[in-house]
Design a protein around this ligand. Structure first.
Ligand code: ZN
Ligand code: ZN
Length: 418
């Protein structure tokens, strides 16, 4: 593979959340070969003089549903799998074009999509998958509408069906093992009520602690971890006590819960973008009054919950959780946080913290020797405001695994000493 050199870069150091000017980044075989602040010999590399432009590690969205091309889960479950896959292709391609070079799927995507990207059939971010989310009967991942008497089972409906219904310790152990067998890189559990399902109260808890501990136990045995969907203090505290690694949403967090999370080192992945989007689009796309009422309640509390957690020292990851056509609003997850955190800290969440949460420190979310060469070159300074990242013309280059997805940079004369 060609050796690529990005010279005169203003490098975002994702660990310290600061810019380091005058960097030369050397990329070879898909990996960052060197980062230098001294002149280095570049040989016959492809050289780009960035003239002080900001270079960020490729962004990571730690909560996506790439197979949820419609926001109605039951409708989705009736869609042919070939069509779901075709629509996922578009969603993945658009995510990469927005500068997200890695995404963590929180339910729905399967190992076929991972392979389709790795084998080059689909263009998309690096994809980490949960497979189907583990859910109790009537839990947030049980997508059957009320009064529907059909059964979901573990053997049918892989892509697009978000839930893997399992009840009792023996069943949840088998469910986790089944998802791992099918290529899950992490496990997702529904630990409380949700907004996109009609009959589970948002502040309700789901699964007994005995079941949740068994889920964490099986994930740990497979050397991976559990992400838990939870809103209420009660649901979150139970998940934290059971050893879950990240709490997804967390909108109803109170001070005691934030302290408990900080003490356990549990990550919080707020998903502000999805509530803002549903509040605007929900009625039009056919969400019921009950579901919209649940949305309104958690939307108002999402920002203050994040603030409380952040100020209590909880590690804050970044995830958007957008569904269906609302996925185009992915960058809003960055800008909506600006009332609580500085842009540099938000970028740190989307890179360094997300990578750490996903057990990918040193490989992802950082531009350093030995890391995957996933990066974006930005026109303007995102540390002054993240809205510029939503304008496609400001993303001058997007690179994943050392290959340009987008490249609007001008080549320098070859063989210059960078
Ligand atoms: Zn959720
Ligand atoms: Zn989700």
């Amino acid at each position: 593979m060609t050796r690529i050199v990005l010279h005169n870069a203003n490098l975002f150091d994702s660990e310290s959340a600061t810019l380091k000017p005058g960097a030369t980044i050397v990329i070879e075989n898909g990996i960052v070969d060197a980062v230098s602040f001294e002149p280095i010999e570049v040989g016959d590399a492809q050289v780009y003089d960035l003239d002080g432009r900001v270079v960020l590690p490729g962004l990571i969205d730690a909560h996506v549903h790439v197979s949820s091309s419609v926001a109605d889960f039951f409708k989705l479950s009736l869609m042919p799998q070939s069509l779901i896959t075709a629509k996922s292709k578009d969603i993945l391609e658009q995510m990469l074009a927005r500068g997200f070079t890695t995404v963590r799927d929180a339910g729905g995507a399967d190992a076929g999509l991972v392979a389709a990207i790795e084998e080059g059939h689909f263009t998309g971010p690096r994809l980490f998958i949960a497979g189907r989310a583990i859910t109790q009967t009537g839990g947030h991942g049980d997508t059957r509408p009320a009064f529907f008497s059909g059964q979901t089972c573990a053997c049918c409906g892989a892509v697009g069906m978000l839930g893997h219904v399992a009840d009792g310790v023996a069943e949840v152990r088998r469910a986790v093992r089944e998802e791992i067998r099918n290529g899950a890189t992490h496990i997702k559990v529904m630990a409380g009520g949700g907004i996109s399902t009609p009959n589970d109260p948002i502040d309700g808890t789901q699964y007994s602690e005995e079941e949740m501990k068994a889920i964490v136990d099986e994930a740990t045995a497979a050397r991976t971890y559990v992400m838990a969907h939870a809103y209420s203090p009660d649901a979150i505290q139970r998940a934290v006590r059971c050893g879950v690694r990240s709490i997804e949403h967390g909108n109803l967090i109170d001070a005691a819960t934030a302290r408990l999370m900080a003490a356990h080192g549990t990550y919080l992945v707020p998903t502000l973008a999805t509530y803002a989007a549903i509040a605007r689009e929900g009625k039009r796309i056919g969400w019921s009054e009950a579901m919209l009422a649940k949305t309104g309640r958690v939307q108002n509390m999402g920002v203050s919950a994040m603030k409380m957690a952040y100020e209590s020292g909880v590690k804050i990851g970044l995830g958007s959780d957008l569904l269906g056509e609302m996925q185009v609003l992915q960058h809003e997850e960055l800008t909506l946080r600006e009332t609580v955190m500085k842009p540099a800290e938000i970028l740190r969440s989307a890179t360094w913290v997300n990578a750490e949460m996903m057990n990918q420190s040193g490989r992802l979310g950082v531009i350093a020797q030995g890391a995957h060469a996933d990066l974006i070159v930005v026109k303007g300074n995102p540390l002054d405001g993240l809205a510029i990242l939503a304008e496609p013309q400001n993303l001058l280059a997007i690179m994943k695994s050392g290959a340009f997805h987008t490249n609007r940079l001008t080549r320098s004369t070859p063989n210059v000493r960078a």
